[in-house]
Design a protein around this ligand. Structure first.
Ligand code: FAS
Ligand code: PHB
Length: 402
């Protein structure tokens, strides 16, 4: 099989960032090749995010892949916060003047983007081994990789690092002439999220965020017949330790009587433990290399921001690259990092704050617990407090920070 040796933008990674960027560039007539180390099925098999902000929904529509999302996605105008045995609904729609979120799994977003890319006859090189990036500081960046037992080179004008937290791009920057320019900010939480996906009807028509004395839990969903649940577990836990029955028993202990009564349990079709961290790289541009999505930042999933931040990163990057090619201006690419980071830090703050509010931190002692209870009480009994949660959860407008 012959692979392209030249393109305008080489995209590393075929997750939501890479696929969305590829679609936005294609719409503007800019050639981009995606190089992905896993198979397409492997990428689809990763169970990740579940909630889309309006900005992400709009981007799906902009590139013409929103039909199934609107048909199968679930529009949510609020969610419940459960603590001390009481449920309190955050009415996002009322508190934000009509904004909602869409419950539509990342797997489905990725599938829609993959199908559209294939239909357009665009090149995605899956199962590429030993992907490496070179000469991105000067004007002749290139990507090398191995495929079908041969070495390949892809010359390009720009490289988009959409290769996630464990990717090669940020790591290469740290070993390059840019090593002194890159800063990393990180906070690691001392617990993880044990997640279960099951073909069972959701326990409630909206999400329930739980802060119980046994720990955090989240009742989410993918459709009216498929549910997604999470439990806060110690980082030392291994998923093999958790039988399905043990998971359901623990979840019930963290729920209120009504939810316990309505919970339908069943076999897990996916079960995994994800670590939680807050992480930001500054800057996000190194010569002709740009970092987008998880390659540049990670949020604890409590605020449902990860996928949505990736979407706005690549919207900003695509606009900058379009400006470069169409207007011969470098203003957009010069401003890319600053524009993304304003939004990223806002999402990092909310995701960190909501994580500290909804999880148990025994190390904070009794007063830590009392202070958390006081903050929860304030949030659900103050219009201002509840609006603060609602406006952050539905997300910032696309033109934020311009
Ligand atoms: P991704 O990690 O999705 O994609 C990066 C792609 O690059 C992958 O396909 C990878 O195979 C590829 N790649 C890596 N190294 C490469 C190399 N050297 N060469 C070529 N390709 C390479 N967000 C939420 O909002 N809610 C959640 O509940 C949630 N849960 C999550 C659970 C887990 C375990 C993880 C890891 C993340 C979770 N996230 C969640 C965040 C997640 O949804 C990300 O924000 C989203 O996947 C970001 O998309 P990308 O930036 O495309 O990164
Ligand atoms: C999910 O459905 O996977 C999900 C929803 C909301 C979150 C995190 C994950 O905050």
């Amino acid at each position: 099989m012959n692979y392209p040796t030249r393109t305008q933008v080489a995209i590393i990674g075929a997750g939501p960032s890479g696929l969305l960027l590829g679609a936005l560039l294609h719409k503007a007539g800019i050639d981009a090749v995606i190089v992905e180390r896993q198979s397409g099925d492997y990428v689809l098999g990763r169970i990740r995010a579940g909630v889309l902000e309006q900005v992400t929904m709009d981007l799906m529509d902009e590139i013409g892949v929103g039909a199934r999302m609107h048909k199968e996605g679930l529009v949510h105008g609020g969610f419940d916060m459960l603590f001390q045995g009481q449920r309190h609904r955050i009415d996002m729609n009322r508190l934000t003047g009509g904004k909602n979120v869409m419950v539509y799994g990342q797997t489905e977003v990725t599938r829609d983007l993959m199908d559209a890319r294939k239909q357009a006859g665009l090149t995605t090189i899956y199962e590429a081994a030993n992907v490496a990036i070179h000469d991105f500081g000067a004007g002749k960046p290139r990507v090398t990789f191995e495929k079908d037992g041969k070495s390949h080179e892809l010359q390009c004008d720009f490289i988009a690092g959409c290769d996630g937290f464990h990717g090669v791009c940020r790591d290469t920057v740290k070993k390059s002439a840019f090593a002194s320019a890159i800063r990393e900010y990180e906070k690691v939480y001392n617990f993880g999220w044990l997640g279960v996906l099951s073909d069972t009807p959701p326990v409630h028509h909206e999400l329930i965020y739980v802060n119980s004395e046994r720990g955090f839990a989240l009742c989410s969903q993918r459709s009216n017949t498929r549910s997604r649940y999470y439990l806060q577990v110690p980082l030392t836990d291994k998923v093999e330790q958790w039988s399905d029955q043990a998971f359901w028993d623990e979840l019930k202990l963290r729920l209120d009587p009504e939810a316990r009564e309505h919970l339908v349990t069943g076999p897990s079709i996916e079960k995994s433990i994800a670590p939680l961290r807050s992480f930001v790289t500054e800057p996000l541009r190194f010569g002709r290399l740009f970092l987008s999505g998880d390659a540049g930042h990670i949020v604890p999933p409590t605020g449902a921001k990860g996928l949505n931040l990736a979407a706005t990163d690549v919207k900003y990057l695509s606009a900058a690259l379009i400006e470069f090619y169409q207007d011969k201006s470098e203003a957009g690419i010069d401003h890319y990092s600053e524009r993304c980071l304003k939004r990223i830090w806002r999402a990092e703050r909310f995701s960190w704050w909501f994580t500290t509010l909804m999880h148990r931190f025994p190390e904070n002692g009794e007063i830590g617990q009392k202070l958390q209870e006081a903050e929860l009480d304030y949030i659900v009994h103050s219009e201002t407090g509840a609006r603060s949660v609602a406006e952050n959860y539905v997300g910032l407008p696309l033109d934020f920070g311009t």
